[in-house]
Write a protein that binds this ligand. Structure first.
Ligand code: FE2
Length: 409
């Protein structure tokens, strides 16, 4: 039996006992006053972070969450209007994903633009012996809804935030200012942490605030910033913010917009002492440029009414020899974005909101740089793309001129 409990439900009599005793899920039951030598009942199994939606596409969606104990997990889902549920239990190399506390379930074979209902389910693994596994409780999330991406969608609204640098309260305030009912997808344009330490930091600084406001129903796209590449846990970032491509650079199409999500890497040379010889961005970014050269010529990309690129570090001439990346992007990425007839570049990194009209610094398209307290709300139709930028108080900032659809080749 599964009993819904807000965002997460807990199965069975233990939940009832816990609820009747008046102590919250996920915490130890207190000992009665004055009692000695009592044994506390273990906290019930709980979903402690998520679920959240990531890696959206026209035919897929990844559902991610974390449990309080090691589990095997799956997603139950159905098309809106369908009565029967389907189950997807992820497996890799012949083994069902199991005995972990962080869960990513990749749903595939979905229909573009279709609405789905889903719930995340985890079953505890109490003991994992080679020839006998002992299972424990099962926990099920509340039911949530999502819609797959759809190139035929007439209008699109997307929201962009960046550079919160672990300021969770400011992030929560920004998220609270958004009217979520019409938002289709959210982009976090990098540097939501100062450096990647562990999963608890990623849950606290990114996942939990997003889940509190939108991410169980609206997909989140995390664009890697240079600070996200720092710290030992940076090597695990894709485990928590997975992408459909399995890389940090790829394309997405939703409604009238073809999105280019790019990785701008670190801001200094690979040989810089700060990196201790443990980064290799130069060959990696050159490979991304080779991919980009092919991608900007792709027919689907060119046929989209609008082409929007995300790049954490803005391509700006910067004479400081230590910070090589902005000029490298001017030299290697901007020519390809010009050739690809990109309509808008959305950057971050400088911590100061700025707008640059088309035709400056070698860019044939406008660039907008989000600040540390900026929320960008972007609306696209087949004929026009508008960006509304507000600060933490909701006050409108200097606005970019509406972008009209280009005509001719
Ligand atoms: Fe940055």
């Amino acid at each position: 039996m599964t009993i819904p409990l807000g965002k997460a439900g807990i199965s069975g009599a233990l939940w009832l006992a816990a609820a009747m005793a008046g102590w919250p899920s996920g915490r130890e039951a207190p000992s009665p006053a004055g009692a000695t030598n009592t044994v506390s009942a273990p906290a019930p199994l709980a979903i402690v972070h998520g679920p959240l939606l990531q890696a959206p596409s026209e035919t897929g969606m990844t559902v991610s969450w974390a449990t309080s104990r090691r589990c095997v997990s799956w997603v139950e889902y159905r098309a809106e209007g369908a009565s029967s549920w389907r189950t997807h239990r992820p497996a890799h190399h012949g083994l069902v994903d199991a005995d972990v506390t962080h869960h990513n379930v990749v749903l595939t074979g979905l229909k573009a633009g279709e609405g789905y209902v889903y719930r995340a389910v985890s079953r505890e693994i109490v003991e994992f012996k080679p020839y006998q596994v002992t299972f424990g409780e099962t926990v099920t999330s509340a039911e949530h809804r999502f819609r797959t991406l759809d190139p035929a969608k007439a209008t699109l609204r997307f929201v962009v935030l960046n550079d919160r640098h672990e300021k969770v309260e400011a992030l929560a305030a920004s998220l609270a200012s958004v009217a979520w009912s019409r938002v289709d997808v959210v982009f976090l344009n990098g540097d939501m942490v100062n450096d990647a330490k562990d999963e608890h930091q990623l849950y606290r600084c990114v996942v939990d605030p997003c889940v509190d406001h939108f991410a169980a129903q609206i997909p989140l796209v995390y664009v890697r910033g240079n600070h996200d590449a720092r710290g030992s846990f940076a090597r695990r970032l894709l485990d928590y913010f997975p992408t459909e491509s399995g890389r940090y650079y790829y394309t997405l199409r939703h409604g009238p917009v073809a999105f280019l999500v790019l990785d701008s890497g670190e801001d200094k040379t690979d040989q810089s002492a700060e990196y201790s010889g443990l980064v290799a961005f130069e060959p990696y970014l050159e490979a991304q440029v080779r991919w980009l050269a092919r991608q900007v010529e792709a027919t689907d990309f060119q046929r989209a009414p609008f082409r929007v690129c995300f790049l954490h570090i803005p391509p700006l001439p910067r004479p400081d020899p230590k910070f090589v990346r902005p000029q490298w992007l001017v030299d290697h990425v901007v020519p390809l974005l010009n050739r690809g007839r990109v309509d808008l570049l959305i950057c971050a990194h400088t911590h100061r909101y700025a707008v640059q009209q088309a035709g400056r610094n070698g860019l044939n398209f406008p660039m907008i740089i989000g600040g540390t307290e900026t929320v960008l709300e972007c609306d696209a139709t087949a004929g026009e793309l508008r960006v509304r930028a507000v600060d933490l108080s909701g006050k409108p900032l200097r606005q970019l001129e509406p972008i009209r659809r280009r005509t001719g080749g």
